[in-house]
Design a protein around this ligand. Structure first.
Ligand code: URA
Length: 243
């Protein structure tokens, strides 16, 4: 027997948090009865419906995409813009992105239909490190880099300790190339952190996610994660290290 929200998330319909909300909102039935209690346990033979639609238990799939610029990190878009899921036309499972990269940000993005995995990868309490490389207008001083590392007060709270390193600079054009490693995922976090120190981001790429990087891929390329990588990512989220 498993918890209802876990089964819904595992079916790829929603993240664990969203699944909890669906239950609390009375949108889920088990064997025809509305269930609003989050702890409810269900078994393989129970008939679960979400918004009146029977839950199908799909095989889990996991992809790593080198997201190109000009593509939306969403499963669909009401304005008709191209989404990262559109880059997987032959995949039948209901894929969605794990977290988000901005429309103009490039780099590593995971996609899956496993809501439970997506929750582990994105919830800040699991502290998966993500490394970004930003081209900034203005060259951050050592003190500004320290500010990024100590935490920046944004309107939705202070950022957690980070690592920041100036990789190169061009004094003539007044631009810096800065590597920033964070383990949260607030909306537009990296850009807002650089804005706060007065060095706005002109170009942004996510180079790594946990131990995964873009090795061997060009923008627009993707590959399936191996079963071992998926397992290691879970271990990383759950224990903070990989064995
Ligand atoms: N931080 C940002 O500002 N943008 C992204 O796309 C990712 C992290």
């Amino acid at each position: 027997m498993e918890r209802l929200q876990k089964v819904i998330a595992a079916a790829g319909i929603a993240s664990r948090r969203k699944a909890e909300q669906l239950i609390a909102d009375g949108r889920v039935t088990v064997n025809g009865k509305t269930v609003t209690e989050l702890g409810t346990k269900v078994g393989a033979s129970d008939k679960i419906e979400v918004n009146g639609v029977r839950l199908e238990r799909e095989e889990k799939v996991y992809y790593l995409l080198y997201k190109p610029r000009g593509v939306l990190s969403a499963a669909s878009d009401d304005k008709g813009r191209k989404t990262v899921v559109d880059l997987f036309p032959e995949v039948e499972e209901r894929l969605y992105p794990v977290g988000r990269l901005d429309f103009d940000t490039t780099g590593i993005l995971l996609l899956t239909n496993d809501g439970d995995f997506a929750y582990l990868m994105t919830h800040p309490k699991f502290e998966i490190e993500k490394t970004y490389v930003a081209r900034t207008k203005g060259i951050p001083t050592k003190e500004k880099l320290k500010q990024l590392e100590r935490g920046i007060v944004l309107e939705d709270g202070k950022t957690a300790p980070a690592k920041a390193k100036l990789l190169s600079m061009d004094k003539k054009t007044d631009k810096g190339i800065v590597q920033l490693t964070i383990h949260e995922g607030k909306n537009r976090q990296v850009k807002r952190m650089f804005e706060a120190i007065g060095c706005p981001v002109q170009k942004l790429k996510r180079e790594s996610f946990g131990f995964l990087d873009l090795h061997g891929l060009n923008a627009g390329d993707r590959r399936e994660l191996t079963a071992h990588e998926v397992k290691q990512l879970r271990v990383l989220a759950e224990t903070g290290k990989i064995r």
